[in-house]
Design a binder for this molecule. Structure first.
Ligand code: AMP
Length: 466
């Protein structure tokens, strides 16, 4: 611990936390800002790390890390944490939340050098390693020692690492509890700081019991930071048990959708996707809709099928020439076609007008694309509907999207018997679409020959695989 030099406490005196306080935690919401993505230019109101009360040595570490200005969650959480308050931060991965709790912990460690000083609990091994890396980077100049304690790794070497008395432990709850119960001489009796990261996810992953047991063996006079993307009832009960008179700070997430959007999902067998699509288009007849798919072929096939059923559908994908793409958009914009069937590549960077309904016929692979797609509707205060098709093959992807959104969406209530009534007509239209696809493929092939290889490769960036 010789690396640490004691320095005068420059921030306000740390508040003593009365153990009896811990059951009656009140939360005060502080100002809510829009989230600033790390690396983006800071809003005018953002202070410097120094102005937030961070000591020079850690400010330099931030600079080395390329942190020009605090992100909103850092700007809100750090001053409170430096005052000695417990903090509940509503923020997600990507908001800069790790530094929001790491910097105050490191600063306090400088003030009061001690081994087994801080514990961070995280839901996954990967996140634990990532957090530990942030502590090591930010605390490099003060020689902080971190140990990661997660499942799937050798218990004995972890016990040895714990025996070397690190300053900070970053752990998943299950394995930490194993060590607390079985590793001789290891205790967190003198812990000063606890950070629970991604508390909502931790509790979703059934770590509740282990967390409770761990909390019982930690000293009650400690500082606690709890970070979560959402404030679920599970998180609230954890908050009562482990925080003392906390203050709540939150940033509205970039990953949130607008409140005028009615988003839902439709859980259906893969083989019935066409049927449900037609059913929904009938339900929203007369309204403008964008149907998103993941491939050119699917976009083209759906457009053929819907046209065979009498819908005004027009495709938009990256194997169309730029002029055809703009032509498709213009028809859609002018209302001469009310349905646009599009891939993401075609949709990106184009000024697609606002629509009433977005249908995710194929799910996007990531939440950013989901937000981008559903953001085509419910713009500028108008209402809009977004429905995502979730088949037996999509459950995992959908769960990831919901997790990133920080909420569970409701299931769309479709009238199954009405859906099935259309089975024969849709099957016929589907047969017709397959025939037209053959012509489309032949034309595509001959166009490829006509343009030759040079032209295609020059256009590569604008192309999509079928
Ligand atoms: P986190 O939300 O903690 O997972 O952080 C997301 C990313 O933002 C990480 O790569 C951090 O290194 C980075 N980051 C954190 N704070 C800042 C900041 N103030 N300025 C720029 N990048 C930051």
């Amino acid at each position: 611990m010789s690396e640490f030099k004691k320095r005068k406490v420059t921030q306000k005196q740390l508040k003593n936390h009365d153990a009896s306080d811990s059951e009656s935690s009140s939360t005060h919401e502080s100002a809510i800002n829009d989230q600033q993505a790390p690396g983006e230019e800071a809003p005018e109101t953002a202070k410097t790390f120094k102005e937030l009360g961070i000591i020079d040595q850690l400010c330099e570490a931030c600079e080395t890390m390329g942190y020009k200005a605090p992100t909103p969650i850092q700007a809100q959480a750090i001053p409170l944490a430096l005052e000695g308050r417990d903090v509940i931060g509503l923020a997600e991965t990507g908001s800069g939340k790790t530094a929001a709790f790491a910097l105050p912990m490191l600063q306090a460690l400088m003030d009061n050098p001690q081994t087994l000083f801080g514990l961070v609990m995280a839901p996954t091994r990967e996140l634990a390693y990532q957090i530990s890396q942030s502590f090591e980077n930010l605390g490099a100049s003060i020689g902080v020692r971190c140990v990661v304690i997660v499942g799937g790794m050798d218990m004995v070497s972890q016990s040895i690492a714990l025996g070397k008395k690190p300053h900070i432990i970053v752990a998943t709850p299950g394995r930490l509890l194993d060590h607390l119960e079985n590793t001789k001489g290891f205790s967190l009796r003198n812990l000063k700081y606890l950070a629970i990261d991604e508390a909502d996810r931790l509790l979703d992953m059934d770590f509740g019991d282990s967390l409770d047991k761990i909390l019982k063996v930690l000293p009650r006079t400690r500082h606690t930071y709890l970070f979560s993307a959402t404030m679920s009832s599970k998180v609230e009960s954890l908050q009562r048990a482990s925080l003392s008179n906390p203050l709540r700070v939150s940033v509205s997430s970039k990953y949130q959708t607008v409140s005028t959007l009615q988003a839902s999902y439709l859980c259906i067998p893969h083989k019935h996707k066409n049927l449900y699509l037609v059913y929904l288009l009938n339900e929203f007849a007369g309204q403008s809709a964008i149907i998103f798919t993941t491939t050119v072929n699917e976009t083209q096939r759906l457009a053929f099928m819907l046209r065979a059923l009498g819908f005004g559908a027009i495709p938009l994908h990256g194997q169309l020439s730029q002029s055809s793409r703009l032509g498709a958009l213009n028809k859609f914009r002018a209302g001469s076609r009310e349905i646009l069937v599009a891939t993401d590549i075609a949709a990106r960077g184009l000024d697609i007008p606002s629509v009433d309904v977005v249908l995710n016929f194929d799910l996007p692979m990531d939440s950013k694309t989901y937000i981008h797609r559903v953001g085509r509707t419910a713009r500028a205060g108008k209402s809009g509907v977004a429905i995502s098709f979730v088949t037996q093959y999509d459950v995992e992807v959908w769960m990831r999207i919901e997790w990133a959104l920080g909420k569970k969406l409701k299931e769309y209530d479709a009238a199954k018997d009405e859906v099935m009534v259309m089975a024969e007509r849709v099957a016929e239209a589907q047969r017709q679409a397959i025939m037209e696809m053959k012509n489309f493929d032949e034309k595509k092939g001959s166009r490829g020959k006509k343009f030759g290889k040079g032209k295609r490769s020059r256009d590569d960036m604008d192309q999509e695989e079928g």
